[in-house]
Design a protein around this ligand. Structure first.
Ligand code: CS2
Ligand code: MN
Length: 394
């Protein structure tokens, strides 16, 4: 497998020369400074590629080429947005990009309530507390319907937390919830989020699916022509939040997506941490089921609580059997090699890490510290080496 590393370009506090020392060979990045919906110009994409190549990296995966909210909502005449999207795809393909990772989460990206929860032996991790999320939904965004989405005990804790919280703690909570959004985007405060949610009023799960199918129908044929593979990233957490439907959360959803526009260019980013946050998802089984459509892998782990809360565990800790998962990916890779597939090698990246040692002082993007991710990468590298030694050569 190829070792990838996410880099936020000019917004990243971690330099390419530091990343080189981790041993990763593939940079995964985006033009984070370009607002959603605008074309990624050839010159800009070319400059990024040249910079990465000069620093000794390959660049074949984009994460993400963001989808404008209007496309997700099917709002108005979308022809210009689709034309821009296809132009960006062409400009990327011309510079050697092979895989486009994207998500179809309405409004938000990954969602956490704490960006620095303590870890037992030191360091901090990202955490999702059901009670805090319920507090935000019920009392900050003022969605009384959220009562139905959480257990009575979680609602009780949410009330207690809210009543005891200071304004600074509430501000910190909304800040944490927004932290998953990368780069050029509309980041909301509580009032802004409340307003933005209105645009999704009345958009049902079926409607969102229809909008998603339209997106696939608009871009997958172009991807085929350009030799690009699309890799949808699952929802995180993999369930509805804030009343927004989430349609990339489990095996049935993935099955629907891959069949909605059947093509080798319509595939999956296997994000172990995102899928693993739902106790009904068995991540290694999901990987085996959709193995031939996995175009990219995000490897990280989560430890779940019974009330729906979870936190990011060490890469080999947590609830997902990482050795079993890596074994599934290696088996698929071996099969592809035997079949002579050009895209045999699967690139993975350590998808978040704990803040360890002086990571917090560096103030890198939340979840994307240098040392914590390097630990994850090194651990997974060891698993790959051990398992590969046992597999017969392809
Ligand atoms: C990340 C996502 O948190 C994660 O799992 O990998 O933020 C991911 O980058 C996007 O959802 C991809 O569009
Ligand atoms: Mn991920």
């Amino acid at each position: 497998m190829k070792e990838g590393w996410r880099w936020y370009g000019k917004f990243d506090k971690i330099s390419l020369s530091e990343i080189a020392q981790t041993g990763a060979s593939e940079i995964v990045t985006a033009q984070h400074e370009i607002p959603y919906g605008e074309i990624w110009a050839s010159e800009t994409v070319q400059a990024t590629r040249q910079k990465l190549n000069a620093a000794g990296f390959n660049w074949t995966i984009v994460e993400s080429l963001p989808i404008h909210e209007k496309i997700k909502r099917n709002d108005g005449d979308l022809s210009g947005l689709f034309a821009n999207y296809r132009q960006s795809m062409a400009n990327l393909a011309a510079e050697g990009i092979e895989v486009i990772c994207y998500n179809f989460m309405p409004l938000l990206d990954w969602t956490r309530t704490d960006l620095a929860a303590p870890v037992a032996r030191g360091g901090t991790c990202l955490r999702f507390s059901s009670a805090k999320m319920a507090a935000l939904e019920l009392f900050m965004v003022e969605r009384p319907e959220a009562e139905n989405d959480y257990s009575a005990e979680v609602i009780r804790q949410a009330k207690a937390w809210f009543e005891a919280s200071t304004q600074a703690e509430r501000d910190q909570l909304i800040h944490a919830v927004m932290a998953g959004l990368p780069g050029a985007y509309d980041r909301f405060d509580t009032a802004g989020l409340k307003e933005a949610l209105k645009a999704y009023d009345g958009i049902s799960r079926d409607q969102l699916r229809a909008n998603y199918k339209r997106f696939l129908d608009e871009v997958i044929p172009t991807a085929e022509d350009l030799g690009l593979r699309f890799a949808v990233h699952p929802d995180d957490p993999p369930r509805d939040i804030l009343g927004l439907p989430r349609i990339v959360s489990n095996e049935a959803d993935i099955d629907w997506i891959l069949n909605a526009h059947e093509s080798p260019s319509n595939g999956l980013t296997l994000c172990a941490g995102s899928l693993g946050a739902n106790p009904r998802n068995n991540v290694p089984d999901i990987a085996r089921k959709f193995a031939d459509k996995i175009h990219f892998a995000h490897l990280r782990n989560v430890a779940k609580d019974p009330d729906g809360s979870f936190e990011e565990a060490a890469h080999l800790g947590g609830d997902t059997d990482m050795v079993d998962l890596v074994s599934a990916l290696l088996t698929e890779q071996r099969k592809r090699r035997t079949d002579g597939r050009k895209d045999a090698d699967i690139t993975f990246r350590p998808d978040h890490g704990h803040d360890l040692f002086n990571d917090a002082e560096r103030e890198a993007h939340p979840g994307y510290p240098l040392l914590g991710r390097m630990r994850g990468l090194a651990e997974i590298r060891g698993v790959i080496a051990g398992l590969s030694a046992q597999l017969p050569a392809a």
